[in-house]
Design a protein around this ligand. Structure first.
Ligand code: HEC
Length: 197
């Protein structure tokens, strides 16, 4: 009987500890999700704003630099505190930066199947494991808007000048042929799990 009581006390203490760490994990995941949403929104607003301004005040040919230099620079700026922030796509212009890994590819394919739903809210967040360990991951779909077509649309949407620059700078470009409402790619954020203090 005495042993039975001891056992129950231990069990209660143990499950209390499990619950506490489960609650800590859930809180950390929730914080990660909120931060990822904020980063994605800030990243997309900043990039979209700069791009829109360039398109309105100069030309699509000039604005190519925004996507080429500003986008990777912003992604690098947001990649701090153990986070890696980047843009990925199933059809890339920049093969080095934009290539999805297996998990990202899977999510991008799922987003494509769901794009008829509310495209602006398509996101996912989960803990996953790969050969480098465990990761907290987040992805949010990037919808194709009318202004994107000047550089990512059908051949008839692209000016001769844009086509010439893209052919020169991105000879392996596959990021054209999009229509408004397609998913151009996603913002992807990853961080080691459990989060290091
Ligand atoms: C003025 C031309 C131009 C416009 C307009 C433009 N892009 Fe791009 N986009 C590019 C270039 C150039 C790259 C390659 C950037 C690099 O080298 O990393 C690119 C790359 C991307 C990538 C990274 C994946 C890849 O294909 O390499 C995404 C995602 C993307 N653009 C989304 C958009 C969206 C969404 C819009 C509209 C809001 C948009 N772009 C408008 C020129 C443009």
């Amino acid at each position: 009987m005495k042993n039975g009581i001891k056992y129950s006390v231990l069990l209660v203490l143990f499950s209390g500890a499990v619950c506490a760490s489960q609650a800590d994990d859930d809180a950390a995941k929730q914080t990660y999700l909120q931060e990822s949403r904020q980063i994605t929104q800030a990243f997309m607003q900043s990039l979209g704003g700069t791009l829109k301004q360039q398109l309105e005040t100069t030309s699509a040919e000039n604005a190519i630099g925004v996507c080429k230099y500003v986008a990777p620079a912003l992604a690098a700026d947001y990649s701090k505190d153990g986070r890696l922030v980047r843009r990925v796509s199933l059809k890339n212009r920049n093969k080095t930066l934009g290539q999805p890994d297996a998990w990202e590819r899977d999510i991008l394919e799922k987003f494509d199947q769901q794009k008829a739903q509310d495209i602006a809210t398509l996101e996912t967040s989960e803990v996953m494991e790969d050969s480098d360990g465990r990761w907290l991951r987040y992805m949010k779909a990037i919808p194709t808007q009318p202004m994107c077509l000047q550089c990512h649309g059908q051949p008839s949407d692209l000016s001769a000048g844009v086509k010439a620059i893209l052919a020169k700078e991105y000879p392996e470009d596959s990021a054209t042929g999009y229509r408004v409402g397609d998913i151009r790619g996603a913002v992807s954020i990853k961080q080691k799990w459990p989060i290091q203090p």
